[in-house]
Design a binder for this molecule. Sequence first.
Ligand SMILES: Nc1ncnc2c1ncn2[C@@H]1O[C@H](COP(=O)(O)OP(=O)(O)O)[C@@H](O)[C@H]1O
Ligand SMILES: [Mg+2]
Length: 597
Amino acid sequence: MPYLEERGDAKSSAGEEALTASRMVRIVGAYVRPHGLALAGFFASMLLSAGALLLLPKLMATAIVQGAQRHEWRVIVVIFGLGLVWTLAGALRNFLITWVGERVMADLRTAVFRHVLGLSPAFFEKRRTGDIISRLLTDVALLKTAVTAALPYAPRSIVMLLGSLIVMLVMDPAMTLLVVLLVPFLVLLWRSVGKEIRRLARETQDRLADLGAVVEESINGIRTVQSYQSESRVGAIYENLVRSGLQLTYRRLRLGMGMSVATGVIVFLLIAGMLRLGFHQIHSGMLTAAQLTAFLFYAFFAAISSASISEAWGFLQRGVGAGERVLALLNAVNPIQEPQDPVPLPAGKGQVEFRQVEFHYPTRPRHYAIQRLSCTIGAGQHVALVGPSGAGKSTLFHLLLRFYDPQAGEILLEGVPLTRLSMQELRSAFAVVSQEPVIFSASARENILLGRPSATETEVMEAAQAAHAWEFLRTLPEGLDTQLGERGITLSGGQRQRIAIARALLKDPRILLLDEATSALDSESEHAVQSALTRLGKNRTTVTIAHRLSTVRHADWILVLKDGRIVGQGKHDDLLGDCPIYARLAKHQFLTDTKAL
Ligand SMILES: Nc1ncnc2c1ncn2[C@@H]1O[C@H](COP(=O)(O)OP(=O)(O)O)[C@@H](O)[C@H]1O
Ligand SMILES: [Mg+2]
């Protein structure tokens, strides 16, 4: 929770494995390659427009000296033609590079998001949602700016700079030598400043991600924030983060400005030097005034080009900094890997076996959530899982769905280790109804269809009816088409749960995993949810994390869990006598459940 602690100096990309430049180029290159033709067009039009521009001053100088007497029209037409070529080729150049850039970034953004969607929950425990969002949005946008707004002008400026230098060299080698001597200084300046800009840009993006995280969390928990009157505290934390981001930006701006000024000063010193030399040469008759004018034009081109190269260099460094953050997501290795040659899931009614399973969450390497756990859940059985809070009950569900892999031991479904099954087959064998069912900001219909997107309208209706969801959906303004709001905020806890049950019914899985949540429900919706659950559990293996006496009474088998171990199993009446932990749970937890007695 970023806003519970001040974290102005935290560095979220610091722990990340740094991407080498060549790996970055390779990744981005793969997205650029399909647009080779457009890129070739870009380079051609760039060369054409630069060439036209380079020819202009020379022609004008010639025209002024000679054209005034003869071929007036021809000279004017040629110059106009060159201007036209320069304009059209320039427009095409801009269009093509922007087109490619936008397309590549759109593809990249989609690819990164798709990759992130497949990553194990373990990945997200170490990262904040706001950080991932900002990488997908602002970092990709920055990268795009670098690629579309800076990169295209860099080659043009380089071509212009080199072109100007060559023409100058031909016109007057002595003066050009003056220029060439200064180039290494410029390169050195850009390199050192560029590195710093890149670091600052990356840090700025980190701060932006922190901002996103604060917004995300406080909006999600707006009721808690307001009821504890934490608005001003959260606001202050936000402001501090904004300030520290601003400081970074200021530093980057100062650096960028310093670099531009230094470049400009160097360049104009150079021009002053040239003028001095040029006047001297005119006096000694080596150069005409027109030639010096043309030469100075090229010197200006060279100056403008180097200024824009230095600007592009800054942009590029920022882009690389942002690109590192985006590509780090794309580069993230999924701790949960699909098998190379999956075993098809055998037919069956949902038999599950745990063999000597040991597991700790990746963020808590010293705390074993499951310890040497072995048990079998027979096909078609109804098993109740009981135990104190923190015993590892929900963790068993996470392991069954392969959100995490155990560090030791094996879990088998129909006799096949989970790691040998394709993810698709494994996960379609289960449906979960959890304590806090997740409802997406979509219509009720779309939320139910999540269970099986191909289901027909009638099937959706039937599922809603069987889940006792139809009773309240019917009364909503637009029935199944009613938008349920972000996280189903417009529904009560019991209504959310019944939508989730309808979803599970539609999925029709072999094995049903239920995390009972009676505490959240009033007695009326509890009754509706209970009867919906009974219907859902018919004819399939069901594992229920039970908080109710009625559930454990009707279970075929009860597993008692404590500290990640099975400390008792059997039927209710036997466990009451044999298992003190169960007896205690029954006394304190179930006995309050008077309706079931
Ligand atoms: N994502 C997680 N990361 C780290 N530790 C976790 C995570 N989820 C649960 N734990 C820890 O694992 C243990 C078992 O949790 P859990 O299976 O949720 O218990 P319960 O039996 O109440 O469902 C607890 O000590 C809990 O703090
Ligand atoms: Mg739990």
